[in-house]
Design a protein around this ligand. Structure first.
Ligand code: NAD
Length: 240
């Protein structure tokens, strides 16, 4: 009984640290962000490759776009930012909420990662009720079928589609004692709105070389550095 009480009080004293990451955290691993390519994603217009309409109109082009992304992600490695965020688990109760479809947080060893916009190494049926399937780094081709018999598509949340993990992410962020936002332009909604669910009193940091402090970031300490430099420095401070 006494043991339980000690355990509970230890658990209560562990701070909850939430990381909210975007494409910028993977830039130094060699994966291009949207904004740095002038609003394009690897030279494609988003509406040509990342919407349901695009998939209905040109399924082969869309599948090829994601096949190329998947092959590129297979070749890159987590960088110092991903690796240092993993170290925070030594002291904090950490959850990573990422807008990224790559798996670099997992490959760096982070144990709790929620993907708001899906995962490139997973696929599902384009129609009807579907199961999410692990496909690793294999290509998806036109004619490949999901378990429900419909065309296989990447397990990605396209623009204009619902974000099924949004509520879950909102609940998680609302429990933060510490929030670290890294490598996101905060332009893609509804994901960008999540930071406003963090409690007022939470410690808040934003690491991005290009973000300017605006009204919506009033309570944030802005660290204007690339993730590979800014995150290791911040992690060192927090692990103190
Ligand atoms: P974004 O492209 O809109 O913004 C990228 C942000 O990263 C910018 O603010 C930029 O200043 C910052 N940045 C650039 N280099 C950086 C560095 N070295 N360190 C830290 N920050 C850096 O990205 P977003 O806000 O994540 O929105 C784009 C959407 O596109 C996401 O929802 C995601 O699904 C998708 N996307 C994913 C990937 C990926 O999985 N790696 C890559 C591109 C786009």
């Amino acid at each position: 009984m006494r043991f339980n009480v000690i355990l509970a009080s230890n658990f209560d004293s562990v701070k909850r640290l939430i990381v909210f990451s975007g494409a910028g955290i993977s830039a130094e691993s060699g994966i291009q962000t949207f904004r740095d390519a002038g609003g394009l994603w690897e030279n494609y217009k988003v509406e040509e490759v990342a919407t349901h309409e695009a998939f209905s109109r040109s399924p082969e082009l869309v599948l090829e776009f994601y096949n190329l992304r998947r092959r590129a992600i297979a070749k890159v490695e987590p960088n110092d930012a991903h690796l240092h965020l993993r170290k925070l688990e030594d002291k904090f109760d950490v959850t990573v909420i990422t807008q990224n479809i790559d798996n670099l947080h997992e490959r760096a060893g982070s144990s709790r990662v929620l993907h708001l916009h899906g995962e490139i190494t997973k696929a599902r049926g384009a129609q009807g009720k579907h199961e999410i399937e692990d496909i690793g780094y294999t290509d998806i081709k036109l004619g490949d079928k999901a378990t429900n018999g419909s065309q296989l598509r990447p397990h990605i949340v396209w623009f204009g589609e619902d974000v099924p993990e949004y509520e879950n992410a909102m609940n998680i962020i609302s429990t933060a004692n510490i929030l670290i936002v890294v490598g996101t332009s905060l332009n893609v909604y509804p994901a960008a709105g999540l930071i406003h669910y963090a409690p007022l009193e939470a410690e808040k940091y934003l690491v991005d070389p290009n973000i300017l402090a605006g009204d919506s970031l009033q309570n944030f300490e802005i660290i204007s550095k690339p993730a590979g430099t800014g995150i290791p420095q911040l992690v060192q401070r927090l692990l103190g």
